[in-house]
Design a protein around this ligand. Structure first.
Ligand code: UT7
Length: 333
């Protein structure tokens, strides 16, 4: 059964924000025992952006939201709600959405944070669309923002090469019938929790000298387990949505997968029998920015003129939890 909203809701503008500092594979090879060759062939990553100390997710998130508002020709006061999608909030509380609200000056908006790891933006998009469809709000800013450098160990080659910092944003509004979010699928399975997590710093294991000494405030990942689940589920949800809407994959204009590993993205693409040109891909330049991969890859495709009104777009995500899902959109602007 499709999950079509009662009222059509779509993305009417996008934006992004990245820090200036570019870190190359060669830079990383000076920090840990790795090489450009290993990183490129295993992940497809070449560059990533890292913040300077003191820059938080709300700084990048507010930059991305401001760009999206400008591109829409909309003032911050026009926003009714801000959903900040992040695994790296500026602080445990208040929520990062509050900090973004203040930074963009959205005086009439309420907001909250949403954490579903790398699926956060996707879940934020469907949540925001649902709020609009319920008739309670009209304009929602969904922001995917992460400062991953704050939670990985720069001396551990298993994770230090994989992540970047960044933010992407989308404005959601009511759109014409037949456009916008046509369908979505979302899943969660906590049996995947041990394979990708930050073990300490939450209520179950508060910060202590022992947790810091044990490096439990960093990302811990069993890469291969995550890899095989990500390939299977991103392809499955995409195929499921296309099948139940009687859409042939060939009719898609753009496939926007979470950008964690080019091999995962290519494998999902292959299962959908789509050519590379149809995939939004910024992993070589920005690496894995967690909540920001999908909105920034989407934004860059929009700016490059790869999506026009009426085109079919599929977003697909997979992340810690495990969480995963997809969204099928008919581009509305
Ligand atoms: O965004 C959230 C979702 N996350 C994902 O989807 C990530 C999914 N997983 C992956 O993308 C891949 O599993 C990784 C990129 C994380 C790792 O690639 P892999 O092909 O699965 O490598 P591996 O972990 O099996 O490690 C293979 C070898 C190991 O050496 P030994 O034990 O075979 O001697 C690692 O120690 O590669 C070694 N290795 C490295 N060597 C050079 C691990 N990291 C590095 C490195 N440079 N940076």
């Amino acid at each position: 059964m499709t999950r079509r909203l009662a009222t059509p809701v779509g993305i009417t503008a996008t934006g992004e924000c990245f820090p200036d500092r570019i870190v190359t594979n060669e830079d990383l090879a000076k920090m840990v025992n790795t090489s450009d060759e290993w990183i490129t062939t295993r992940t497809g990553m070449k560059l990533r952006r890292w913040v300077e100390p003191g820059v938080g997710s709300s700084d990048l998130g507010s930059g991305a939201l401001k760009m999206a508002l400008d591109r829409r020709g909309m003032g911050a006061d026009d926003l009714d709600c801000i959903i900040a999608c992040t695994v790296t909030p500026d602080m445990m509380f208040p929520c990062t959405a509050a900090l973004i609200q203040q930074k963009v000056g959205a005086s009439k908006a309420f907001g909250f944070d949403l954490n579903a790891a790398c699926s956060s933006f996707l879940f934020g998009l469907t949540t925001g669309a649902g709020l609009i469809a319920s008739g309670t709000v009209k304009r929602v800013g969904v922001v995917g923002c992460d400062v991953m450098t704050s939670i990985f160990d720069k001396s551990d080659r298993n994770t230090a090469v994989l992540f970047g910092d960044g933010a992407g944003a989308a404005i959601l509004e009511p759109v014409e019938e037949g456009y916008g979010l046509l369908d979505y699928e979302q899943q969660i399975d906590g049996s995947g929790a041990p394979y990708l997590c930050m073990p300490a710093g939450g209520s179950a294991k508060p910060a202590s000298h022992a947790t810091v000494d044990a490096k439990e405030h960093f990302v811990h990942q069993q890469g291969q387990e995550v890899f095989k689940n990500a390939v299977r589920e991103m392809a499955n949800v995409s195929r499921l949505m296309l099948d139940r809407n009687n859409i042939d994959p060939k009719e898609l204009t753009l496939f926007v997968p979470h950008q964690a590993n080019l091999r995962i993205m290519d494998a999902a693409l292959k299962r959908l029998e789509l050519p590379r040109e149809k995939m939004a891909c910024n992993i070589a330049e920005y690496a894995n920015t967690t909540s920001a991969t999908i909105p920034t890859a989407l934004h860059q495709s929009v700016v490059a003129g790869k999506v026009k009104k009426g085109d079919l777009v599929v977003l697909a995500a997979f992340g810690a939890g495990f969480t995963w899902g997809g969204a099928l959109l008919r581009w509305a602007v």
